[in-house]
Design a protein around this ligand. Structure first.
Ligand code: NAI
Length: 246
């Protein structure tokens, strides 16, 4: 029960890593606000958590739309009265080699993966500041720390997430808010469905653990950074990649 009585907002909480994290956080005593634009999966996830005795609610929002995010944040605060932890986990890919990358696909990935993190943080930060304590965890990627072929847009957004993380750690640390990032390697979710088996095999061979990561691997890192155990950790990027060779 490392998060007893804490209110956690998790974006992209309807599927993949976010959904696994929502359950793990709930099992650790937190109340969960699942934010996602996938209404069907988000409602189903909230219902599953209820059935496990976890207090959870679904809030539909597109994180790239600042007005939509403000409305969502108002509803979350109305329902739960506070927010202790924000996990900026929602993300998409639209991969293409640099010369073939359409500008719309460049912009959409920046809008969701970078501006989305900005929008949600700006919407929830005032409440955290008024509480004098809060934790923000941003999801970056090893593509953001090291680049990745075919991911100009995604790598730019995820590197930007690290820049914002370190900036906010400096801006808000004195006010009791710590801000950290997690940089997952290749994790078994729908997001990597488009990667051919052959490439996945090569990725495993580049990983000392010779396997892909699981959503649980990342959720456990979120849990540590969300818990009081990480109170003196601020502005860091925690790599969850099995020690993948870069
Ligand atoms: P996923 O595709 O399984 O889940 C992403 C969730 O975000 C979905 O529920 C989707 O509906 C939601 N979402 C997407 N765009 C949204 C928007 N505009 N507004 C609200 N919700 C939106 O992906 P996964 O793997 O769980 O990814 C979670 C995070 O981890 C992402 O930020 C991703 O970039 C990051 N990550 C994933 C890796 C992987 O190998 N799966 C590796 C490194 C980072």
């Amino acid at each position: 029960m490392r998060l007893q009585y804490k209110t956690v907002v998790i974006t992209g909480g309807a599927n993949g890593i976010g959904a696994v994290a929502a359950k793990l956080f709930g099992k650790n005593g937190a109340q969960i606000a699942i934010v996602d634009f996938d209404k069907k999966a988000g409602e189903a996830k909230a219902q599953q958590l209820h059935e496990l005795g976890i207090e959870a609610a679904f809030f539909q929002a597109d994180v790239s739309d600042s007005e939509n995010v403000k409305e969502m944040a108002t509803k979350v605060i109305e329902q739960f009265g506070k927010v202790d932890i924000l996990i900026n986990n929602a993300g998409i890919t639209k991969d293409a080699m640099m010369l073939k990358l359409e500008v719309d696909d460049f912009k959409r990935v920046i809008d969701v993966n970078l501006t989305g993190v900005f929008n949600c943080t700006q919407a929830f930060l005032p409440t955290m500041l008024s509480q004098g304590k809060g934790k923000i965890i941003n999801t970056s990627s090893i593509a953001g720390t090291g680049g990745n072929i075919g991911q100009t847009n995604y790598a730019a957004a995820k590197a930007g997430v690290i820049g914002m993380t370190r900036t906010w750690a400096k801006e808000f640390g004195r006010q009791g808010i710590n801000v950290n990032a997690v940089a997952p390697g290749f994790i078994e979710t729908d997001m990597i469905d488009t990667i051919p088996e052959k490439i996945l095999g090569q990725i495993k061979m580049m990983t000392p653990y010779t396997r892909l990561g699981t959503p649980e691997d990342v959720a456990n890192a979120y849990l540590f950074l969300a818990s009081d155990e990480s109170d003196f950790i601020n502005g860091t990027v925690l790599e969850v990649d099995g020690g993948m060779l870069k």
